[in-house]
Design a protein around this ligand. Structure first.
Ligand SMILES: [Zn+2]
Length: 409
């Protein structure tokens, strides 16, 4: 949730992406044998399947009997397991426990990465605002092959003037835009520094004081910059005004539901649908914001109702948990809550095809020949219980095992 643009301005071009340590063709062929493949949220399952991974890509997928296996392949027995495309978490932060990512020992970062992300199947994540230099350093170490982690996409935060949220330390310097010109400059600076999107606090939570909303003109100024470069804009809405200003300014994704309001208005739902706005539910987050269990139940119920209203109107849902800001790493509860509003196949879409399409990563999201080998092997079938989406046996990114519950990669 934090971000200092001063630091960013001082940052030279440290961003050139590191070159992978090994060339892809040196990797042995990897075969996943005997599992049940859900190639996409709409496809019929392939039972007793074989999946061949070569040079980071899916080379073949089909029934075991119909495929010839390469002799030198490393074969993983997936009998009794379920294989789906790699998961996206479209709302994370690298805050608590991620200090000094440039220099912290690789084993320490690996362990935390596993605990927070890879053991839950995430192969792509959106960091919606952390200390950018720190996340950039982390991203370089992952891309260099030193650390096993997901692909990290990053958004830079912009806050409204005098809108420092109460849950962020007061001494933290936040980039506040007091005018459209300032928002435009901040957005340009972020994208120039190599970030992949913008996150606007169209509603900042001020505790007992009223929410501070960002003017639509300021929203629009940042959106115009991002849109010109084909980058997405996320909004932290907080309340109805925050949703309305975000939509009027043309943001792409609402990064949360707004449970304190209890529902989206009919106008909001219609406009979200019309503008093809993505919605990230972050339902687990609402269990962490207040101690009173009765209030928690009410917030979660409102979040579920809001999710249901937009999903049933045909809206696009993107999975996201705000993990790294909140510390419930286990995704089971989020799946359980989402399952109150959506069927398991729709949840799978929010984890795979929806974000891949929304963020134009066309080689991701499905388990098909020619797609990137980003995969999750599950120890249970989500068709029988949505919480099985959290029972991860292997997480595979670009053909490499980045998490294994069973043995060392
Ligand atoms: Zn967040």
């Amino acid at each position: 949730m934090k971000l200092g643009i001063g630091v960013l301005l001082a940052l030279p071009l440290l961003l050139s992406h590191a070159v992978p340590v090994a060339t892809a063709s040196e990797d042995p062929v990897l075969v996943l044998q005997g599992g049940k493949v859900y190639a996409s949220p709409t496809a019929a399952p392939i039972e007793d399947a074989v999946l061949v991974i070569q040079d980071g890509w899916i080379a073949a997928v089909g029934k075991r009997k119909q495929l010839q296996l390469p002799k030198s392949a490393r074969v993983i027995d997936c009998t009794g397991k379920v294989i789906v495309a790699g998961f996206w978490n479209s709302h994370v932060h690298f805050e608590s426990g991620w200090a000094d990512a440039a220099h912290a020992p690789a084993e320490k970062i690996d362990a935390h990465m596993q605990e927070m992300l890879t053991r839950w199947g995430f192969t792509t994540v959106w960091d919606l605002g952390s200390e950018p230099n720190n996340t950039l350093a982390l991203r370089r170490r992952i891309e260099g092959g030193e650390i096993s982690g997901p692909q990290i996409l990053m958004a830079g935060d912009i806050f409204p003037h005098n809108g420092h949220p109460v849950y962020l330390p007061p001494e933290m310097r936040l980039p506040e835009a007091a005018s459209p010109q300032e928002a435009e400059q901040m957005a340009q600076q972020y994208l120039k520094t190599g970030l992949d999107g913008i996150k606007l606090f169209t509603g900042s939570f001020m505790g007992n004081k009223p929410v501070v909303n960002m003017d639509t003109a300021i929203v629009k100024a940042a959106v115009d910059v991002a849109r010109a470069q084909g980058k997405p804009v996320f909004a932290h809405p907080q309340n109805w005004a925050g949703v309305d200003n975000a939509l009027a300014g043309g943001v792409d994704v609402l990064a949360h539901t707004i449970p304190t309001e209890g529902r989206f208005t009919a106008d909001e739902l219609a406009r979200m649908k019309q503008q093809h706005t993505g919605l990230i539910p972050t339902l687990t987050l609402w269990t962490t914001v207040v101690p009173d269990p009765i209030v928690v139940d009410k917030l979660v119920q409102s979040g579920v109702d809001e999710l249901k209203s937009y999903f049933s109107a045909g809206g696009t849902i993107l999975f996201g948990t705000d993990v790294g800001f909140q510390s419930k790493y286990d995704t089971s509860q989020e799946f359980e809550f989402m399952g109150r509003a959506m069927a398991w196949r729709d949840i799978l879409a929010s984890l795979t095809t929806n974000p891949a399409e929304f963020f134009k990563e066309t080689a991701k999201g499905r388990v098909e020949k020619g797609m990137k080998a980003d995969l999750v092997v599950l120890d249970g079938d989500p068709a029988s219980d949505v919480r099985n989406f959290a029972k991860v046996a292997y997480t595979i990114k670009g053909g490499k095992i980045i998490y294994s519950a069973h043995d060392k990669p």
